[in-house]
Design a protein around this ligand. Structure first.
Ligand code: ZN
Length: 197
C-alpha cells in the first residue's frame, strides 16, 4: 500500500494492465467492476503512469459532465504543490438557484448568469495554494485574470476558446498555458451497450 498523494491509499503500484488487452480490460473495468456503463476512449492503458496534467484533465472532464448548461459544459480542477487535488468545479448557476423551465432555451440570456468553472474553482482555494489548473475549455479573459490573481502558475486546457485573451495574459505574467487533448477519457455508454455480465 502507498499513499497516492491525494489522501487515499493505493494498493497496487505496479501496472495491472497489459497493453494487448487494454480495451477488453478497460471495458471490463467499467462494466463489471464499477457497474457504471463507462468506457475509456482513445487512451490505452499501458505501463506508463499518466502525468499530473493528464490526471487533472481527466478529472476536469468528469467534472464537466455535471454542468447543467446545455450549450457549453466546462470542468476545472485545481492541483496543489504536492500534486494533491484541491477541488473540482464546473460552470453553472449560483448555488441553490433553481432555474425555471424556460431559462435554458435562450442561449444569450443565460450567459451572464453562468458562473464559470474557473471562478467556481477559485472559490475553493486561497492565493498561492494551487500550482496547476486544468480546464476543459481555455479560460476566458476574466477567468485567466482570476487564475493569475490566485497565483496559479500552470494552466492546461482541452478546447480552444478563440475569443479569450488568455495567451496574452499568460505570456505577460509568465504563466504556462498549454493545450492538452490526450488524457484518459470516459463517456457515458447507452444502457445495454457493452458486455454486461
Ligand atoms: Zn471564464
Amino acid at each position: 500500500m502507498r499513499n497516492d498523494g491525494n489522501g487515499g491509499a493505493v494498493a497496487d503500484e505496479r501496472p495491472i494492465f497489459k497493453e494487448s488487452r487494454d480495451h477488453i480490460l478497460c471495458r471490463n473495468f467499467g462494466d463489471s467492476t464499477l457497474g457504471c456503463g463507462m468506457e475509456m476512449e482513445g487512451f490505452p492503458l499501458t505501463d506508463r503512469r499518466i502525468t499530473i496534467p493528464e490526471y487533472a484533465m481527466a478529472l476536469a472532464h468528469v467534472a464537466s459532465l455535471r454542468s447543467e448548461d446545455p450549450f457549453r459544459k466546462v470542468g476545472a480542477v485545481a492541483i496543489d504543490h504536492e500534486n494533491r487535488v484541491i477541488g473540482t468545479a464546473y460552470n453553472g448557476l449560483a448555488p441553490g438557484y433553481q432555474a425555471d423551465a424556460g431559462f435554458w432555451t435562450d442561449r444569450e440570456r443565460r450567459q451572464k448568469f453562468m458562473l464559470h468553472a474557473e471562478i467556481n474553482l477559485c472559490s475553493l482555494f486561497t492565493r498561492t495554494q494551487v500550482k496547476l489548473v486544468a480546464c476543459t475549455t481555455k479560460p476566458c479573459t476574466s477567468c485567466m485574470q482570476a487564475l493569475c490573481a490566485h497565483g496559479v502558475r500552470e494552466v492546461y486546457f482541452r478546447d480552444d476558446y478563440p475569443a479569450s485573451e488568455a495567451d496574452e495574459i499568460a505570456e505577460r505574467y509568465g504563466l504556462k498555458l498549454v493545450r492538452l487533448t490526450r488524457y484518459p477519457r470516459f463517456s457515458l455508454a447507452e444502457p445495454g451497450d457493452g458486455d454486461s455480465g
